[in-house]
Design a protein around this ligand. Structure first.
Ligand code: NAP
Length: 264
């Protein structure tokens, strides 16, 4: 019997959603309820960034604290129950100059869609220091829930002044003996409640108007200290530490669409 392998590796839908974070699942559930028979392609990190967080207390509808991975499991099940086809694949190429639109997945599958909903989320930003790259995985991280456990009874730094920095610092106090928040200004971008929580935590202290100039250590010892630069006076000081968590925001995962749609 003749089998058309090419056809088997092709998926067509009126609507294809790229990404499986809350935005992707929300879009998928609404598209399914509109009888559009959507396909959702999960991407490299099924469930998105909430799968690497723990306590979620600001998602409406839950009086008690819930867990990020659990919340994403529920969204996935809800989408499947409404008829969404969830596919574990990663879109690596996209052609928007053809209609219907065409995309390719890592699995070799070709996806054809009349509409695409882009829900590709974001990934952590880095400072861009040479020494930061050198110590990634050796004391430098951007995910406290992933790597915090390695810093039991150690001193860690958290860089940033937004909600992520406050949240990461507070979370790290479960393991670390001391957490120092390094912020380039004196005012915080973070919400008041998150700042208050960090300020009232006896394990957390702050160094204002400081940026990391250099990270010091060896591959054997890991991170041992940083050289901080005062943003007002340029004065350089040393701060010892065993680990550094970057929490300076995120960049959107939109490079797939560069040159095809306007990105800001
Ligand atoms: P953010 O709000 O953009 O804050 C980034 C912080 O990093 C800012 O304080 C910024 O300093 C600093 N920064 C940026 N680039 C830097 C650099 N090169 N060197 C040193 N510092 C740098 O990002 P976020 O904290 O990840 O939060 C993103 C969004 O998620 C926000 O809307 C936030 O409310 C939300 N969020 C909410 C929760 C929660 O409610 N539980 C938790 C996490 C995140 P400046 O202030 O000087 O610009």
């Amino acid at each position: 019997q003749w089998i058309n392998y090419k056809y088997m590796a092709e998926k067509k839908s009126k609507v294809i959603i790229i990404g499986s974070g809350p935005a992707g699942y929300t879009a998928a559930i609404y598209a399914a309820r509109a009888m559009l028979e959507p396909i959702l392609v999960e991407g490299i990190q099924p469930g998105g960034q909430l799968t690497i967080t723990t306590d979620v207390e600001n998602y409406p509808g839950f009086a008690d604290i819930i867990q990020g991975p659990w919340l994403m499991d529920q969204m996935r099940l809800q989408a499947k129950n409404t008829g969404v086809e969830v596919i574990n694949d990663h879109i690596n190429q996209c052609n928007l100059s053809k209609y219907p639109f065409q995309m390719n997945g890592d699995s070799g599958t070709e996806y054809i869609a009349e509409s695409i909903i882009i829900c590709t989320g974001a990934q952590a930003k880095w400072l861009g220091l040479e020494t930061e790259e050198k110590f990634m995985g050796f004391g430098v991280s951007a995910c406290a829930t992933c790597d915090g456990f390695f810093f039991k009874d150690k001193k860690v730094l958290v860089v940033g002044g937004g909600d992520s920095a406050m949240e990461e610092a507070t979370f790290l106090t479960k393991f670390a003996s001391e957490v120092v928040i390094i912020h380039r200004r004196k005012e915080f971008r973070a919400s008041k409640i998150m700042v208050e929580r960090a300020v009232s935590n006896p394990k957390i202290s702050f160094r204002y108007n400081q940026t990391i100039d250099e990270i010091i250590g060896t591959k054997d010892t890991g991170v041992q200290s940083v050289m901080l630069k005062d943003t007002l006076t340029n004065e350089i000081t040393k701060e010892t530490c065993d680990g550094i968590f970057m929490a300076i925001g995120h960049v959107p995962n939109t490079s797939l669409f560069k040159g095809m749609i306007d990105l800001d």
